[in-house]
Design a protein around this ligand. Structure first.
Ligand SMILES: Nc1ncnc2c1ncn2[C@@H]1O[C@H](COP(=O)(O)OP(=O)(O)OP(=O)(O)O)[C@@H](O)[C@H]1O
Ligand SMILES: [Mg+2]
Length: 257
């Protein structure tokens, strides 16, 4: 069972969009998938309720909804046989909530938008993951996604420079696309839409999917991972995070932009 958590305390960075599309990808592929909605806004749960046959089933748990007919632990139980758990988290989550949220997460995805405010917020979020949740960079559990990018804009380049400085892998660069808006409206993921309408978007997901399941990539392609295409090309870094100790690579000092 693999748990994937999508988080970023900054509102509107694309957490729900990514969580629902990741869940839809696994479900469509045939994996028994559970989507945990930890956001009282309930956007992921609303999306889930729009799904209907022939779309693959995704079970859902809305942690903010209380069913008085059952106990809390029964309501929150993970169904037997679950292979993938995708967690959508709320905005404004505090650093001290991160250890609990990220415990047992094989992958933690932090979507970041190309804007000064979002870059600033993301640097705090990554700092909290490293220092409060005590996740080591070497564990390869944290991946950043540059979301809603428009390439060749000044802001895109400053976002990519910032991400390079973080020394956290950029596992996908996702364009601003109405396909995500349409998919959310229809209760589907982009992997469930007509392939010719989402060709460009699907291509951008390749690096993310490879990062989520490196074993699968290895099994399918005998070439070593080092020969896989690099997730993104990034411009030269400037110092934003200084590692304080090589032997404790996770211990970082942040100089906020
Ligand atoms: N790559 C994208 N292209 C176009 N629109 C996008 C993309 N990613 C997200 N959006 C849109 O941006 C808005 C915010 O996205 P989303 O709800 O996923 O963010 P969030 O981080 O979950 O927000 P919140 O913090 O409020 O929960 C939504 O309207 C969504 O459809
Ligand atoms: Mg959301």
């Amino acid at each position: 069972m693999q748990r994937i958590v999508v988080l970023n305390p900054k509102g509107g960075s694309g957490k729900t969009t990514l969580a629902i599309n990741i869940a839809a990808y696994f479900a469509a592929r045939g994996d028994s998938t559970l989507l945990i909605d930890r956001d009282p806004q309930g956007s992921a749960t609303r999306w889930l309720r729009k799904r209907k046959a022939p779309q693959a089933e995704i079970r859902g748990i809305a942690t903010f909804e209380r069913d008085s007919r059952t106990t809390m632990s029964w309501q929150m139980r993970v169904p037997e046989g679950t292979e993938k758990i995708v967690v959508d988290s709320p905005a404004a989550i505090e650093g001290r909530a991160l250890p609990e949220l990220t415990r047992d997460a094989a992958r933690i995805i932090v979507p970041v938008l190309p804007s000064d405010i979002d870059i600033h917020a993301a640097s705090r979020c990554i700092a909290d993951l490293l220092l409060v949740a005590k996740i080591k960079r070497t564990e390869n559990r944290i991946g950043v996604i540059a979301n809603r990018v428009r390439k060749n804009t000044v802001m895109f380049h400053s976002l990519m420079r910032f991400l390079e400085k973080l020394d956290i892998p950029v596992v996908a660069t996702i364009r601003d696309s109405q396909n995500y808006v349409r998919a959310a409206e229809q209760g589907v993921g982009i992997h469930e839409m007509k392939p010719y309408t989402v060709k460009e978007d699907l291509a951008q997901w390749e690096t993310l999917l490879a990062w989520l399941e490196p074993e699968k990539v290895l099994a399918e392609q005998p070439a070593p991972l080092a020969e896989q295409p690099a997730p993104v090309a990034v411009p030269a870094p400037e110092a934003i995070i200084e590692k304080t100790d090589d032997t404790a690579a996770h211990d970082a000092r942040f100089i906020l932009p």
